[in-house]
Design a protein around this ligand. Structure first.
Ligand SMILES: Cc1cc2nc3c(=O)[nH]c(=O)nc-3n(C[C@H](O)[C@H](O)[C@H](O)COP(=O)(O)OP(=O)(O)OC[C@H]3O[C@@H](n4cnc5c(N)ncnc54)[C@H](O)[C@@H]3O)c2cc1C
Length: 378
């Protein structure tokens, strides 16, 4: 069952799934406990060409014909192993690098995009601030024009990859209070004077994806590192990343479902495997129904993105469906495991914890509903 992938995509998925089973799954628990970034696995992925799926060959990318579907497969499969690791790769391989490919000069592409796809540099994207979460237009990080460039001042909150990043695309405003039309995107090298990592936030989900505060104090950004003219256009283009967040949810939902089916066959009570009880069977079938719905819609949205259509509604719906369905799948998986579900020696509690990330990252379910409501004219 699942989406209709063509032969090349199925082969890609099979090879990637093997890598995930051999290399990522055995490390997932240790990464969850340590919170470490598995740089060696990140470099391996780059060497295998997976980090460049969204980009043309001239920058070291794969040049695949349907990059959104391929990147969706990547996010889903990696998240089946470790949502935290997958979230790092997803942020790096789409949002952060996309801003350079789409709006950066050729020189910036050579200096940042090319090494990023080789796994030599890590990227991040920072819009959220303490006072600007769902209301992203309320950004207060300030940009001021100076000779030869700009000065950035402010504090970003909840930046994924912030502690390990070599470059960060920062959203800043030239007129606080004027909304998104005063926003611009600025590529900041993390070695720049005045740039520092503030608080490293402890969280109950996706432990091996770091989430930090970034502090900018008179950080100079040369003219050449302003990305594009309009942040509003950039936001439209970045909505596609919601599909990849949906794919992260899908991967973790699948991991939870697979684990629950296995456990239902292994665990016996009242003289038979618990999978023989109709209540447990129905729970597993409900999980499969949720998962299939999420998978079909997520790949539908990815295919539409590849066909060049506007996907504002579909990307938001994909995130609503996949994030909420897969969170439910993980909750049901917990109940199949009974008391053992609560024990850290089984990964099902990690799947449930991680399934909360796609419910918030890239915008909450409420905000996704607001986006769709506007699209249907409400
Ligand atoms: C693990 C993690 C990683 C992240 N990584 C990044 C990153 O790399 N870069 C980045 O820029 N940001 C990142 N974020 C930030 C993320 O995008 C925000 O957390 C998200 O947009 C919500 O903002 P908030 O947390 O301030 O919640 P709030 O906006 O304060 O929302 C609180 C509640 O109010 C509801 N709400 C708010 N406004 C409305 C409304 N108009 N209508 C209905 N309900 C509403 C929300 O749905 C939510 O339930 C990350 C967040 C997390 C948790």
């Amino acid at each position: 069952m699942g989406p209709q992938l063509d032969e090349d995509q199925r082969e890609f998925q099979t090879n990637l799934a093997r890598w995930v089973d051999e290399r990522l799954v055995p490390r997932a628990e240790e990464l969850d406990h340590s919170g470490d970034f598995a740089r060696d696995l990140f470099v391996e992925l780059a060497e295998l060409g997976y980090l460049g799926l969204m980009y043309p060959e001239e920058y070291g990318g794969s040049g695949v014909p349907n990059p959104h579907v391929y990147f969706t497969i990547l996010c889903e499969e990696l998240a089946r192993g470790s949502m935290g690791f997958a979230a790092t790769v997803c942020m790096h391989g789409s949002t952060a690098t996309h801003t350079i490919h789409a709006w950066g000069s050729e020189d910036l592409r050579q200096r940042y995009l090319v090494p990023a796809l080789r796994g030599e540099k890590v990227g991040a994207f920072a819009i959220t601030e303490a006072g600007a979460g769902s209301d992203a237009a309320a950004v207060r990080t300030r940009v001021d024009r100076v000779q030869g460039g700009y000065l950035l001042n402010g504090t970003k909150m909840f930046t994924s990859n912030g502690a390990i990043a070599d470059f960060v695309t920062i959203v800043a405003t030239s007129e606080p209070g004027k909304g998104a039309k005063a926003h611009g995107l600025y590529l900041v090298d993390t070695t720049s004077p005045g740039f520092s990592v503030g608080r490293r936030l402890e969280k109950f989900t996706t432990h091996c994806s770091d989430t930090v505060e970034l502090v900018l104090q008179d950080v100079f950004v040369p003219d050449s590192q302003k990305l594009g003219d309009s942040a509003t256009n950039a936001y439209k283009a970045l909505t596609v990343d919601r599909i990849f967040t949906a794919a992260l949810a899908l991967g973790t939902g699948r991991a939870a479902y697979d684990a629950a089916v296995r456990y239902a066959g292994e665990r016996s009570q009242f003289g038979q495997p618990i999978g023989k009880f109709q209540a447990v069977q129905f729970r597993l079938v409900d999980m499969l129904a949720k998962l299939e719905q999420a998978r079909l819609y997520t790949y539908h949205a990815a295919s539409l993105a590849d066909s060049g259509q506007s996907i504002t509604t579909e990307a938001a719906l994909a995130k609503i469906i996949a994030a909420e369905n897969c969170n439910e799948v993980c909750q049901k998986a917990m109940s199949v495991f009974g008391g053992w579900g609560l024990m850290t020696e089984f990964p099902v509690q990690r799947f449930l914890r991680d399934s909360y990330f796609p419910m918030v990252g890239g915008g909450t379910g409420d905000i996704m509903r607001l986006v769709v409501a506007r699209q249907i004219g409400l």
